[in-house]
Design a protein around this ligand. Structure first.
Ligand code: PLP
Ligand code: COI
Length: 354
């Protein structure tokens, strides 16, 4: 398939102040359509709103998936992506979970790399900034029957971003959710399916009303084993070891999670992917054995946790400050991502000049 490229004649003014997260979008969009049993019409074109029929499936039944990845520039101004191929692989898995037809992974990866290069002037250079990539697929068939659609739109938009949380690396306080669950084994929690996020909003709002920043999700059956936090995976440094919930089926297999497991092991810290019991973690916070907790994700990178509320009681972690392990991991990961630290893992890809 050919990728048609039409460059904008009216480049937008780039933002100058604080970027925040996902507020600004670059000059171009990559789109590709599915109909008649095949993906076609791949193009990179000026960013613009698109028209959707009000009856289209994604708007009613949430048949859609998305990804989140980042591109950076190194000190020489070369364009780097971080594990982008893994995101494209995961998007294909997510698509399969909600009956979206498979696409050519190599073609989509190449198209995303091309749009990054075209919009490379949008890659911000400040500390903690990146060009956030948001590949998405939505069902566009105008039809109200509950079944897999026969038309789809795959697109990728790019957004220059700063820190995901307005507090940056300031430790967040979590509310351990007792009533609502994010996902259950057998559901869609292990995939990046759009409906998962609407389902998480109520608990997030409740946590904020109670004065907490984010939700710590527990398992759907016993309400006892930690799953994730907000839109991140979670790690506990307890008794000198790192514990992270095992991928049970209802947890998103985070690419940052996978990277952090590797970095921890290379720092000489033992990592256990296991069932993490919130009752034990609360006791360990009290005894001081739990020294650090942090979330991991593409958008947030590393988000230190200063404490959590479980069953009405507040537990402080690491004196409420960012811990040494979290700090070292943040420096290591962001250093690899923006080319300051050598990437011995093959996670970073330098994109060719156009
Ligand atoms: N968990 C959820 C629910 C997420 O949305 C994300 C973000 O993508 C993550 C975890 C972290 O995944 P990754 O590290 O691949 O960004
Ligand atoms: C990411 O970390 O890329 C996410 O998708 C999290 C959130 C912005 C949905």
């Amino acid at each position: 398939m050919e990728l048609k490229i039409t460059k904008t004649q009216n480049p937008k003014t780039k933002p100058t102040g604080a970027l925040g997260f996902g507020k600004y979008f670059s000059d171009h969009i990559f789109t590709m359509e599915y109909s008649g049993g095949e993906w076609k019409n791949a193009q990179i074109k000026p960013y613009e709103p698109f028209m959707l029929d009000p009856s289209c499936s994604v708007l009613h039944y949430a048949q859609g998936v998305f990804e989140g990845a980042k591109a950076f520039k190194n000190a020489k101004g070369e364009v780097l992506t971080f594990r982008l191929k893994d995101n494209v692989d995961r998007m294909l898995d997510s698509a399969d979970r909600v009956c979206i037809p498979a696409f050519d992974k190599a073609f989509v990866l190449d198209a995303i790399e091309q749009i990054i290069l075209i919009d490379q002037d949008w890659i911000p250079s400040g500390e903690g900034t990146a060009l956030y990539l948001r590949p998405t697929i939505i069902a566009t068939e105008p039809a109200l029957g509950v079944r897999a659609a026969d038309r789809y739109l795959l697109y990728c938009i790019l957004s220059p971003v700063g820190a995901y949380y307005s507090g940056g690396l300031k430790p967040v306080r979590l509310y351990v959710e007792q009533k609502y669950v994010r996902a259950a084994v057998g559901g869609t929690g292990g995939h990046k399916v759009i409906g998962n996020y609407a389902a998480s909003l109520k608990a997030g709002e409740n946590a904020k009303k109670l004065g907490y920043d984010q939700v710590m999700w527990l398992d759907a059956f016993k309400h006892r084993y930690v799953e994730e936090v907000g839109a991140m995976n979670i790690f506990f440094i307890c008794g000198g070891k790192a514990l992270t919930p095992a991928l049970s089926g209802s947890i998103l297999p985070g690419i940052t999670r996978r990277s952090i497991i590797q970095l921890l092991r290379d720092m000489g810290i033992e990592v256990e992917e296991t069932a993490v019991d919130i009752v034990k973690m609360a006791a360990a916070a009290k005894s001081g054995e739990l020294t650090e907790v942090f979330g991991t994700g593409t958008a947030a990178v590393i988000s230190p946790v200063g404490g959590f509320c479980y069953k009405g009681k507040d537990y402080v972690v690491g004196g409420g400050a960012m811990g040494k392990v979290s700090e070292a991991l943040y420096a290591q990961l962001t250093g690899i991502q923006n080319g300051r630290i050598e990437d011995k893992y093959g996670w970073v890809k330098k994109l060719g000049a156009i």
